[in-house]
Write a protein that binds this ligand. Structure first.
Ligand code: MN
Length: 550
């Protein structure tokens, strides 16, 4: 069948004056693109798409793919989609077919093990995936048609190979961000809702669909207005550092202070500013001071990466102090900026880090706000710098390869070396205090490992009076009868009170006991910027050898 005929159903179901999904029409080279879109329609499902014959063959996997070969996941065959649908991430408006948020959850290549045309006809397609998240062998097999079936039902099954896992759903729980933009579902929904920030993935890439979107107003304004340099840069998922035990040696590394606060990316174009968290949530309204400072920069547009933190009089940054400053509006909140991703419409991510930092420093030096602070660095002498940082009571240092480009996600060209141990946990419950007036004695904490919530131990120190009051109010509203983790020891569970695992706290700890519980932990603050599902024990990598390689 020609691609054109094969897309008839797709086009019939959609009103392209209303939805921003692509109309399709671009003929493709013969390729083997693979992708999965997480789609929060009436129910959330995962749309598996395999390029064949110029279109994307599609299946809606209702529960999502499982890495466990024993799981057979229902995959309802849906209409062929146009190739450019594979770049679509956004919101399908209410009332339209498939209304809801769409996230690019995985992408890569696929490799059929037989002739795909025949295999699809026969109803059994064996293939390999080379995606960012899904890999290895898979099978799609058509179920026998039963009387009254209105759907074309298939099963998606993982092959038994080294990429299989008994914990089949771990991936779905741990990888909750877009593989393309790093955003969580809520961030995609919110960003789409705010008209200003619509310059995102899937736009401007498709020539044929551009004309169908004129009615949205936003397009029209953009077309008649700003030059390329004046456009608000779209969200870029931040580069993250790998935790290692030792600072790397050599002159190719530069070292910065590790700030203890919230990671924040600021985008500006003219008067428009967007302050976003590491997951792409729009927090512009929460940080008006930073928004004003960024708006005042002497440039047409820019995207800046940094950490919002509160420094004490000795220059140390403290997560707890930041929390107090945010809730009371008092305190010396600074936006410590350390990277420049774009300037005046030019993408700088491929430039070496030291060049990006030179430009950033020039930009920050020109302005007068005391909120925006350039995060300086030292080149080489990693071990010395780390030792001094710890002696000063700092949290640690970040070592970065001076010649490296900016890459979204966790990398080994950025390393973090911590003085004490910090770890985030999910609050599972609390134990009552025998001290009159104290809200609780300790918090019961946990984390996710391989998709399952595990008990990690208790933390009973580090709480101020304000912390106790604020926490007890939150805990009260989340109360539940049973522990959310199955492995809370019985003697603790007997007297504890449990809560729905939603709150995420930052702690400092000395390490782990032999049983794998928290050793000498103390509370540092609540994290509002992180979903509980993303709280996993931080793993340590090895510091790469000095200088060479990445
Ligand atoms: Mn769908």
């Amino acid at each position: 069948m020609s691609a054109k005929a094969s897309l008839q159903t797709y086009r019939k179901r959609r009103d392209f004056r209303r939805t921003r999904e692509p109309e399709g029409g671009k003929r493709s080279r013969s390729g083997r693109r693979y992708l999965i879109q997480k789609h929060a329609a009436r129910t959330t499902h995962y749309d598996l798409r395999l390029e064949h014959d110029g279109v994307l063959k599609s299946w809606a996997v209702t529960k999502g793919p499982s890495l466990d070969p024993a799981d057979k996941r229902l995959a309802v065959r849906t209409e062929d989609h146009p190739m450019d649908y594979g770049d679509f991430e956004g919101v399908i408006p209410a009332g339209e077919y498939g209304a809801g948020t769409v996230m690019l959850w995985d992408e890569g290549k696929w490799e059929p093990l037989d002739d795909p045309e025949e295999a699809l006809d026969r109803g059994k397609l064996k293939f390999k995936l080379h995606g960012a998240r899904l890999t290895g062998g898979w099978t799609l097999v058509r179920m026998r048609h039963r009387k009254g079936d209105r759907q074309d039902n298939w099963l998606l099954i993982k092959e038994r190979d080294p990429d299989a896992s008994e914990d089949g759903d771990a991936l779905l729980h741990e990888d909750v961000t877009s593989v393309r933009s790093g955003r969580i579902m809520r961030a995609i929904t919110e960003e789409e809702a705010s008209e200003e920030n619509r310059d995102l993935i899937g736009k401007g890439t498709s020539g044929s669909s551009g004309s169908t979107r004129e009615g949205t107003g936003n397009e029209a304004r953009k077309a008649g207005g700003a030059s390329a340099g004046g456009r608000l840069p779209g969200f870029v998922a931040p580069q993250l550092a790998t935790l290692v035990d030792e600072a790397p040696a050599g002159e190719r590394w530069l070292h910065e202070i590790k700030y203890d606060g919230y990671r924040v990316l600021a985008a500006v174009a003219g008067e428009t500013v967007a302050i976003r968290t590491r997951n792409g949530l729009d927090w512009t309204d929460r940080f008006p001071g930073i928004a004003d400072a960024v708006r005042a920069l002497a440039c047409q547009s820019a995207q800046i990466d940094g950490e919002m933190a509160v420094a004490d009089k000795d220059g140390r940054t403290d997560f707890g102090a930041l929390q107090i400053a945010l809730s009371t509006g008092k305190g010396d909140v600074g936006y410590y900026v350390f990277d420049l991703l774009s300037l005046d419409g030019r993408d700088l991510r491929r430039e070496p880090l030291f060049e990006r930092k030179v430009r950033l420093q020039a930009l920050v030096d020109e302005q007068s706000s005391d909120i925006l602070r350039y995060s300086n660095h030292m080149v080489g002498h990693g071990a010395d710098i780390f030792e001094k940082a710890c002696a000063l009571g700092l949290e640690g240092i970040i070592a970065k390869r001076a010649d490296s480009p900016y890459r979204s996600g966790r990398t080994k060209t950025w390393l973090k070396i911590k003085c004490g141990m910090g770890q985030e946990f999910v609050v599972l419950g609390w134990t009552p205090s025998s001290v009159r007036g104290r809200a609780f004695a300790s918090l019961l904490l946990g984390y996710y490992k391989a998709g399952k919530l595990r008990y990690a131990g208790r933390v009973g120190s580090g709480f101020s009076q304000q912390d106790l009051a604020a926490l007890s109010a939150k805990l009260g509203s989340l109360a539940r009868k049973t522990p959310a983790a199955g492995d809370v020891p019985r003697d603790i569970a007997r007297t504890a009170h449990f809560v729905t695992p939603k709150l995420v706290v930052e702690t400092a700890l000395r390490g782990w006991t032999r049983d794998g519980y928290i050793r000498q932990g103390s509370y540092k603050g609540l994290r509002g910027d992180k979903p509980a599902r993303e709280v996993t024990p931080e793993e340590r990598g090895r510091a790469p050898a000095s200088g060479r390689g990445s």
